[in-house]
Design a protein around this ligand. Sequence first.
Ligand SMILES: [Zn+2]
Length: 364
Amino acid sequence: MKAEKTIICRILEPTKRKKGLLIKELSNANGYIRGQTTDLYSATKQAMNKYIQKDELKEEHTYPLFLRNDTFRVEEAKSTKEFSYWAKIPVSGVWGGVWVPIRPHEPIKEEHEVKDSKVVWKPYGFELHLSISFDVAPQTPKNVLAVDLGERVMVAAVSTADNGNPNLLGKDVRGTRRHYAYLRKKLQGIGESRIKEVEDKESRVVEDRLHEVSKKIVDGADGEDALIVLGDLKGLGNKDTNKGARMNRIANTMPYHKLTKMITYKAKEKGIRVIQLSERLSSKTCHRCGSENTNRPTQGRFDCNTCGLRNYNADLNGAKNILYRSLAYMVGDGAVVNQPKTKASIAKSRFRYGTSPWKPLPNL
Ligand SMILES: [Zn+2]
């Protein structure tokens, strides 16, 4: 199975001449897509045309220099400790391009197949974003890790491997976002640049937490040979219903699309399957008896009026629903993991399987 990922490489301070050539090529690339110049390495023109949506150009934006995979090269540096690799970047008018020292954030391996990549301008210098593809062994899952996107915590995760011990991750994120929302409000009218500073800080803090949480989930699944079942946010944006309003409120305080993307690509790198289930049922349905005759005494708590479950953690209830339902589909449908069909068939397969999912999984 093929997986893809991006390896970020810092381009270390090149010589003045090389730096000048890179800056010129990047600015020509930005001029080229705006129809202001044609002075650009010809294969790079093709790459720019391929990756840039010309009818959606942002005026002030510096677009990366896209490189076709056969026009650049990366080689291991033989005799220096300062950096570990060289990269050859093609530039117009210079035969053979320019060779620059790079430092990747992880080793570039022999078996990595280099795809079309890009040179990105950052305030601290250039980066080469190396897209690579490589072989991973597809997973033979023995467990299921269910992940619900929570309201009070970022995610609640339960697995068939850990006897239902829940993982509640990212408890602090909501607080972080609230804190910064408060700061932004306080700063309004005082200083635009200060607000921007606060926003940048917030997105860095949140981004770091998202990386941590998604890594924890994927590492957990990897260790348990579990496939990941995620709550789905398809219902987002449907503002006419209560569900839409609730989901909007959650999505506004928690960057779930980003988290979903991070989990998905980190899992893909390890050959772990990720499937999505409808989020809607999971919030209202009682995980113990399947009833929807339920209510919330407080936002984070859950009561079932049918089986008498009281004061249960709402995020955990959601995660357990996702777990139970995903197991029901897998068992109900034999070896194939399918998307949900109708409520009735869910209930039926659920019933067939029983309500205790902590049994060895059949072959998936
Ligand atoms: Zn119940």
